[in-house]
Ligand binder design. Structure first.
Ligand code: ADP
Ligand code: MG
Length: 342
């Protein structure tokens, strides 16, 4: 009798372990995806892991929160308040973005400048009611584009804008948002996630099977599906191009990445700039700034800061330039010529 009971007990125990293991495995392989429209673009968050559902919900809330804080299009946002009142106390997120933006402004010699907003408005990029401003208007507006006029008091956290100056974090906000979400993913113990914030891709870890993610770098004119494919883990991959947001008037294309010096869409000979970096905020800011700076300055900038990022440039001659840190991980579309930058 005792022996019989023991056998049953062992069998039950084995069964229990099996059921628990199956349950555990099922949970580990769980994934969740959520689409969100925010910051003027479509975003998609995919997470793998036991708490993936909770993690993507938390990500969506964070996107909503940052959108309401940073959107120039929302009258009640913190940024709109600063633009209307010309002064205000910065919240932690806005302070971080402001300080990073100023750092980029200095390092790119003004190619990245958050005071570009009045010029963005003059072209109608805020309302989508587009127009081509007269040269005189642009000259007047360009004199106001100058981040050096922004006064930040670190003691009490207030930012003061000169009369006529308005700011916009549009060139950096999505990258910051993606790095915030990557952090949230880790808080939820998610080891594998892909965040696509309208072309700003942020990867958390590797794919669930531990292999690298394969990210297609978008082709601007649509004749090719992709310029190439990048194998990458745990990094942000951000592309800026004049083809993302533009309007056409009398056969001329006017896009939304402006040269602060001229107030006009940057014409630097580059068609697109992809930045690969562990720092999503940096990747976003640099994708905009290096697009304005053009190929030669972008390459010089990379040589001075090569530890911080890698890049893929496409010029108007349809040539690709890939920095050596990612050259082995990038497979260009067959018809493209590629030069490796060292
Ligand atoms: P997207 O928002 O399409 O992904 P970008 O990251 O290149 O593209 O950001 C473009 C946005 O950055 C514009 O919509 C505008 O808000 C802002 N911007 C445009 N030109 C500049 C500039 N020279 N410096 C800083 N921000 C800029
Ligand atoms: Mg950008």
């Amino acid at each position: 009798m005792g022996k019989y009971l023991k056998t049953v007990a062992v069998a039950v125990a084995v069964l229990l372990v099996c059921v628990l293991m199956a349950y555990y495995m099922k949970d580990v392989n769980k994934s969740a995806t959520k689409g969100i429209f925010a910051m003027d673009t479509y975003m998609e968050i995919t997470a793998y892991g036991r708490d993936s559902e909770e993690a993507v919900e938390a990500a969506a809330r964070e996107i909503q929160r940052l959108d309401e804080l940073l959107s120039t299009g929302l009258e009640k946002s913190e940024v709109s308040g600063l633009n209307q009142n010309k002064t205000g106390t910065l919240s932690a997120d806005t302070e971080y973005l402001f300080l990073r933006s100023m750092e980029l402004w200095r390092e790119t010699e003004g190619a990245f400048d958050i005071t570009i907003y009045p010029v963005m408005r003059a072209w109608g990029f805020d309302t989508q009611v587009f127009r081509v401003p007269a040269e005189a208007e642009l000259q007047t507006l360009s004199t106001r584009v100058d981040a050096s006029g922004l006064v930040y008091n670190e003691e009490d956290g207030t930012l003061t804008l000169p009369e006529g100056v308005e700011i916009d974090f549009g060139g950096i906000a999505k990258g910051y948002t993606s790095s915030r979400i990557a952090r949230i993913m880790r808080e939820y113990n998610i080891r594998s996630a892909k965040l696509n914030l309208g072309g700003n891709v942020q990867l958390v870890g590797a794919r669930p099977d531990k292999s690298a993610w394969r990210i297609g770098i978008k082709s601007p004119d649509g004749t090719l599906p992709y310029l190439g494919v990048l194998s990458v883990k745990d990094k942000a991959v951000v592309t800026s191009g004049g083809y993302e947001r533009y309007f056409e008037e009398e056969g001329v294309i006017y896009h939304h990445i402006l040269d602060p010096k001229t107030g006009r869409p940057a014409q630097s000979g580059l068609v697109s700039v992809t930045i690969v970096s562990a720092d999503g905020t940096l990747a976003d800011g640099l994708s905009t700034a290096l697009f304005v700076m053009g190929k030669d300055k972008a390459i010089a900038f990379w040589r001075e800061n090569r530890g911080q990022f890698d890049m893929i440039l496409l010029d108007t001659e349809n040539r690709l330039y890939v920095t050596e840190g990612i050259a082995a991980d990038f497979t260009a579309e067959g018809s493209m010529t590629v030069e490796i930058i060292r």
